[in-house]
Structures are given as C-alpha cells and as structure tokens.
Design a protein around this ligand. Structure first.
Ligand code: BGC
Length: 547
C-alpha cells in the first residue's frame, strides 16, 4: 500500500488511542502526544495501518475530552501543535496513517462561542449558535421539556435569565445549532486545518445527531422516545444531516488522497449505508458484533447483513469489539449475564466494583481471543482499542472518588461509567504506573496489570499480544478482495468461511472440541491438541482444496 492509495482505509486495521491513557512522557500522570510518539515503534511492530486519536484538544475533561474548548489546538497537558506535527511525521514515516476525532454535536461550555452566548442576551446571534429556549411556567423556571440526557439527569440547563440550553450529553456539553451558517463554516475550517497538517481521516462523533428540528411545542420524553427514527425524528438521524456531510465530502475530496471519515452513528441498521456512502462520510461504524453475544448464529447473521449493507453503500464494512465507551470484550464474554455494552445496566459485577466472584476471567479472554481472530479474518476494516491486544479486562474496582466519567456521576448506583476501559495501559510489569509514565496514572491501575504488560507478553509466543501481531502480519500478506464464501460445517456451533487466495477462518463457539478442517494452520487463538478445534477457539488455515 502506498501513501497516496485512495482506498487505503477499505481493509485497514485502525488502532484507537485514548491519548490520556496511552503513554505519559512528561510525568504528570496524563498521557500525551510525545508519549504516543515514543510508542510508534510498538504500533509499527503490532502491525496496524492507522491510529485513531480520541480527542486531544483543550478541554476541562468533563467528558474525557469530548467536551472541546478549541477544535484547532492541543490541550497543553498533552502537548503542542508542534508535538502533533511531529507525531504525524513519525507515524507517516512508519507507514501508519492518522485519524482524528471531530466532535460536532456539541462544544464544551468553555468554548469561546458558549462563553459569548452566556454573556449575550436572548435572541442574540451568539445564542443562535446553540439551542436556547425559554423555560416554561412563571418566571420560566421550568425546563422547556422533561428530556433526559444520554448520561442521565436533565438535558436542559437554565442560564439564569429565563433561558435554558440543550445539552444532550453532560451539562458542560451544549449542543450546537447546525442550522447556523457560522457553525457549518467553522467546522469546514476545522476539517481543513487538520487535513492541512497531514491528517488522513476523521472519526465523527455522534454523527447522527447534528441536524435537529425543535418545534415551538416540544414533545415530552415519552413522546420523543415513541417517535420513529425514520429521518423525521426531532433529534436523531434526520435526513438533513446528510447535507452537512455532502459539504464535508467536498473538503475531503479537495485533498489528494481524499481524506476519509467514519461515522459514529447509532442508527437503525438499514439507515447506516447513507452515512457510509461515497457522497457522505464514506464509512460508518458497525457496532453489531460489539453488541452481540458470543454465539455462532448471531455472528454469522451479522456478517451477512453487514456485507450486504456494504455493497449497498459501496463502502467497506467496519468491525469493532471494544472501544472507549464500552465494557472490554474479554470481560463482556466472561460475565454470566449479558452485559449491555453501552449502558452497563444490569452488570452487577461492574456495579459491585468487582467484588462478586462471577467473572470467568480465563473464559472471557479465551472467547475474546477467538472472537478477535474471527473478526480480523473478515473483509472490511477492523477497529481495535488500546489494550485489547494485551487481553485486558475491564477494571471494575475504581474507588468512587477516583472515577471521572459523567455517566457515573449522573447515574448513581445505575451506571458505573466508562472509566474501567480507560485506565492507562501497562507497558512494564513493575515500576511507577507500569511504565505508563514516571509519576503515577490519572486512573488507578490494578495489580493484575503486571502480568498483562507489554513487557510480560512481548516475548511469550502464546501471549495475546503475540496473537494480535501474528494475525495482523498474516492479514497484511493474505488480504484480498472484500468477499468471503461460507464453508459448510457439520456443527451448528462452528462457523467457517474462505477468503480469496486460499485461506480459511474457522471458529468453534461450542463447548466441545470438533475436528479441525484440513489445511495448514497459520494462527490459532488457543492450543489445537490432537488435530481438534477446541471449544471457544478460532484458527486461520491455508487450504488448497475446494470448500
Ligand atoms: C463518544 C463518547 C462521548 C459522547 C459525547 C460518543 O459517542 O464516543 O465517548 O461521551 O460521544 O461526545
């Protein structure tokens, strides 16, 4: 793949870095850009094609950086624009592309626009960049509607003069008004700003939420929930959102190679292709595997459905098992009750801080390794989340006082929040913060990180890190067209498919060993004794015969 290959993203492996928790070069307990740069050789050795950086912009961290004060700068705790340029240069020199996160649904409440809006009267141009409404009742002391924010608690906040603003996420994240021309133009400037600095693509946060239509009379929460999300919902997945992305596409295509984008759009599956189309953002996250149980039928149906969607949009499909918003997949697969990966409701183990001995840690990791190997064998692009290559589990026992996620604070006793997958990752088996930095870590790391560190795994042939490295190396060599052909199996729990060039992926979701199909084993997620494919194990095989 050459650097000007316009299709580089179609089957890329993209590694998500959560900058504050990756590597800390300046000893303040918070990861930074120079830290990431120091780990480029690690990323290269891992074999990823691109890095996606979660927000690194100036922010009060009310929502882990997704509350952006300034879209065209670097948080001073994380470095400078020069550090950013150095990181881009270093990644590119290693053949790794870079994707940055754009957060267009809301700014932070410290953004210059919002500060100006608060200092300006109702009806002013400054307030028109956001979604302000008069309160209800005498003195306008009641919210314009009873809406609940995504993190719990009210979605409308009063500003003291009878007006209220909408914040679908935390109070510190006022929603922008995308009917405002200045808002639209400013984001085009931001896209050019980072594209000019050499950024290869963008991940678009809450891509389905920008276009809103709030009538004078607002529905209450129950009525809002009952409305279909068919393009006409007041808040979500409105058809007009695609006009915004058509303008973004013109910016992307003004670069050579065109800049890419991937939509974070939690929309009904049949509506996803429009975000992924060539006229739109070009690619959209598919979270179906991430939301699925470890089950043969579910995995197979999801693959079929998403390959069909990809051919509808002309894009390639995307696969994700973990990210910074969900319980790590090694843990999800190790809990007896299904964990809703987004809401975390019902995960008694998480809410208990990990004191209930219900986590089957080994089984969860075994299933995670198998699912990952299956996913990496699929056509399309794969998004990995930092630390999954070490087989990390969710950190459950973070004391309340150390927690940071607004989802935790706004939902006491209900949602434990997302801090457990955002704990700085272990590079070494000992020392301050397991090699993350030299002065501690902004979230506490558990003792069990020692045995899962990069240092502990890098020379161990059976380690999870070795499995990822081997699979990514093979994937680069074997990658062919974006098609697959299902192979017949004699067991309902076994799923098997073939890729161009004569290699096959097989996974056994069941509890008993099955015969291993014929072929040369290229990589396996666990031991393969006696020519068998054990329970909850996957393998890639080189095959010569017809399926
Ligand atoms: C991001 C979250 C963030 C939210 C609000 C998302 O979907 O992935 O981490 O809290 O948007 O910006």
């Amino acid at each position: 793949m050459t650097r000007d290959d316009a299709d580089w993203w179609r089957q890329a492996v993209v590694y998500q870095v959560y900058p504050r928790s990756f590597a800390d070069a300046n000893a303040d307990g918070i990861g930074d850009l120079r830290g990431i740069r120091s780990r480029v050789p690690y990323l290269r050795r891992l074999g990823v094609d691109a890095v996606w950086l979660s927000p690194f912009y100036p922010s009060a961290l009310a929502d882990g950086g997704y509350d952006v004060d300034d879209y065209r700068d670097v948080d001073p705790r994380l470095g400078t624009l020069d550090d950013f340029d150095d990181l881009v240069a270093e990644l590119h020199a290693s053949g790794i592309r870079i994707i940055v996160d754009i957060v267009p649904n809301h700014t932070s409440n410290r953004h210059a626009w919002f500060v100006e809006a608060l200092a300006s009267p109702r009806g002013s141009a400054a307030r028109n960049r956001y979604i302000f409404r008069d309160g209800l009742g005498e003195g306008r002391t009641l919210p314009p509607a009873d809406w609940t924010s995504a993190f719990g608690g009210p979605a409308w906040e009063p500003v003291g003069d009878g007006q209220w603003y909408l914040h679908y996420f935390a109070t510190e994240q006022p929603d922008l008004n995308w009917d405002n021309r200045e808002v639209r133009d400013d984001f085009l400037t931001t896209l050019r700003f980072w594209s000019d600095r050499g950024v290869d693509g963008f991940r678009i946060d809450v891509a389905h939420g920008l276009a809103k239509r709030l009538d004078d009379e607002l529905p209450d929460q129950a009525a809002l929930d009952a409305l279909p999300r068919d393009g006409g919902h007041p808040l979500w997945d409105r058809d007009e959102v695609h006009e915004i992305y058509a303008a973004w596409r013109a910016v992307f295509d003004s670069y050579s190679p065109p800049r890419t984008a991937v939509a974070e759009a939690w929309v009904d599956t049949p509506r996803r292709p429009r975000y992924a189309s060539r006229e739109g953002l070009g690619q959209a996250f598919n979270f179906d595997l991430l939301e699925a149980p470890f089950d043969a039928g579910a995995f197979r149906r999801i693959v079929d459905a998403n390959l069909a969607l990809a051919s509808e949009s002309g894009s390639s499909t995307t696969w994700v098992l973990s990210n910074h918003d969900v319980v790590r997949h090694a843990t999800r697969y190790g809990l007896p009750e299904p964990v809703d990966p987004r809401e975390k409701h019902g995960a008694a183990w998480l809410l208990s801080g990990g004191v209930h001995p219900v986590l089957d840690a080994d089984g969860g990791l075994r299933r995670a390794r198998a699912a990952t190997l299956f996913m990496l064998g699929l056509p399309g692009s794969a998004y990995l989340y930092q630390g999954e290559e070490l087989g990390l589990h969710e950190v459950a026992d973070i004391p309340p006082i150390e927690r940071q996620d607004p989802a935790y604070f706004r939902n006491p006793g209900v949602d434990v929040g997302r801090d457990g997958c955002r704990v700085p990752i272990p590079w070494r088996s000992d020392g301050t913060s397991f090699g993350f930095g030299s002065d501690g870590s902004h979230l506490p790391q558990p003792a069990w990180f020692a045995e899962l560190s990069v240092e502990a795994q890098q020379d161990a042939p059976d380690s999870t890190l070795a499995l990822y490295r081997r699979a990514l190396e093979l994937r680069r060599d074997l990658q062919g067209s974006e098609r697959l052909a299902w192979s017949p199996t004699e067991h309902d729990d076994v799923v098997r498919f073939r890729r161009d060039g004569g290699w096959e992926v097989v996974i056994n979701f069941g509890a008993a060993s099955v015969p291993l199909p014929a072929g040369e084993v290229l990589v396996a997620s666990g031991p393969l004794p006696d020519g068998l494919l054990p329970a909850e194990t996957a393998a890639w095989l080189r095959v010569t015969s017809a399926p």
